[in-house]
Design a protein around this ligand. Sequence first.
Ligand SMILES: Nc1ncnc2c1ncn2[C@@H]1O[C@H](COP(=O)(O)OP(=O)(O)OP(=O)(O)O)[C@@H](O)[C@H]1O
Length: 259
Amino acid sequence: MTATNKAGTAKPPLLETRELMIKFGGVTAANNVSMQIEAGRNLAIIGPNGAGKTTFLNICTGWIKPRSGKVFLEGEDITPLPPRKIVRRGVARAFQIPQLFTEHTALENLLISAAAREGLRNPLQNLHNIRQRDEMMHLLDLVHCTDVADRVVVELSEGQRKLIDIAVALALKPRLLLMDEPTSGVASSQKHEVMEILVGALAEAGVTSVFVEHDMGIVARHADEVAVWNAGNVQLRGTPQEILEHPDVIRDVIGEEVA
Ligand SMILES: Nc1ncnc2c1ncn2[C@@H]1O[C@H](COP(=O)(O)OP(=O)(O)OP(=O)(O)O)[C@@H](O)[C@H]1O
């Protein structure tokens, strides 16, 4: 079904790529990638090592410019924009290793992000002047971390750091958040709990997510849709059940013998 706006005309997808191409030396990391990402549906990207998953995220956020092809955000061509302008348009990124100021508190990290959003110069020197304290405490509440607001990040568990990192991204008020393995490094006993909080926080904040993931348990439980990457392109797309039971995925991604 195609979404329509109030005027009854078709609404463009939240993010769309058309025929993205990029080569690194002899490796084609994006080979004609055309994708549509709909608002409100969390998309997991899976695939073997070197398939081009991270390259796709890097192109969507402007970190890498494709040799050809385009990226559209709600119909606007954002391909030529620098990363900071793409962030301002509403596309944020979280990395495998949280990008936090580890000697600062959780709340200070969020205030720094809010200051960056407002274009404040030297936020580290002006933390006491940043006004968004209540808004940032609300974000910490969304990720269940108000109790560690005043703790320095270096003292926190990996799971708490991941959640603070997501709150830092939410402080930029994105519409779309692209994540590289959101629970990597988190103790396996805590992965689902961290992901549950993360997905809940994004839903509450009205943010759609795309996440690269190698843990099929996380994909099965927390994704609405799955795209399978292979050799620089999307090989398959479907519901977690359709994809995780597909014989090609079992053979090439999950790595089990197919009977
Ligand atoms: N900046 C770069 N310079 C040279 N080669 C690169 C660069 N970025 C990616 N590549 C190559 O492009 C291919 C795709 O890399 P990419 O990191 O996108 O794969 P991936 O699917 O995310 O892999 P993984 O699951 O191992 O993280 C790989 O062969 C990689 O070595």
